[in-house]
Design a protein around this ligand. Sequence first.
Ligand code: COA
Length: 248
Amino acid sequence: MSEHIHVSTEGAITTVRFARPEKKNAITVAMYEGVTAALRAAHDDPAVRAVVITGAEGVFTAGNDLKDFMANPPTGESSAVFQLLLALVNFPKALIAAVDGPAVGIGTTLLLHCDFVVATARAKFKMPFVTLGLVPEGASSLLLPQRVGLQRASEWLLLAEGFDGDAAHRAGLVNVVVAPELLLASAYAYAEKAAAMPPEAFTLAKGLLRAPLREATLDALAREGACFVERLQSPETHAAILSFFTRR
Ligand code: COA
């Protein structure tokens, strides 16, 4: 388990927290594995009914750790990032995200797999895949246009335009925008409401809501994943990542 993923369970609710603030919660392979392990444990524990994913005050996550990504690139479905995405897609209980500050790359795309998303107005979403010479991941090429429309998704995915919590709320990516000091309370309110529902009916209903896009989501993950893995070796990506680390 990664020291940078903090997992705690109280009653029916597990909290998974990105805890690497000095690197803006950029996610390493070990951290992907930590979140996946927490989701699997929550999946298998009948007492757990909801998982809240969050970061620190002022930062959700800067997305993939770009150094770790080049040192330990994903190679296919068995890789840590894909295993996390599959665990998210297959998670049968309530999944809630609480977002404050930057939510970059997978920090935004993982929200597409959450049932409820709570954010602050200062949440800063960005999917800079193309800027980095990469392609969308997390089934965002399918789920984002489906959620917010193709035109807006094109601005966010093809032009990597950033947007804040209010814009995410208007577009339908976020359930509610709250003040930073109310973020966790609001996320736990969703978690408690979900946890109070009859568990079998909740899981069946969640499955039905996701069913129309389930096979397409798995196809999109595989299609994007193959392209993403290839693009990691591209000169465009190497140049963009070098430029990030030498920017100052
Ligand atoms: N991978 C690796 N390291 C990262 C990182 C990432 N994705 N994001 C931030 N860091 C590191 C920085 O290199 C810096 O490390 P240093 O202090 O050793 O120099 C530290 O985290 C703080 O980041 P900094 O850029 O100074 O913070 P900021 O508040 O100015 O900006 C972000 C925050 C998230 C907007 C900015 O860090 C960023 O754009 N990160 C890259 C996001 C990205 O492209 N993710 C990949 C998506 S696929």
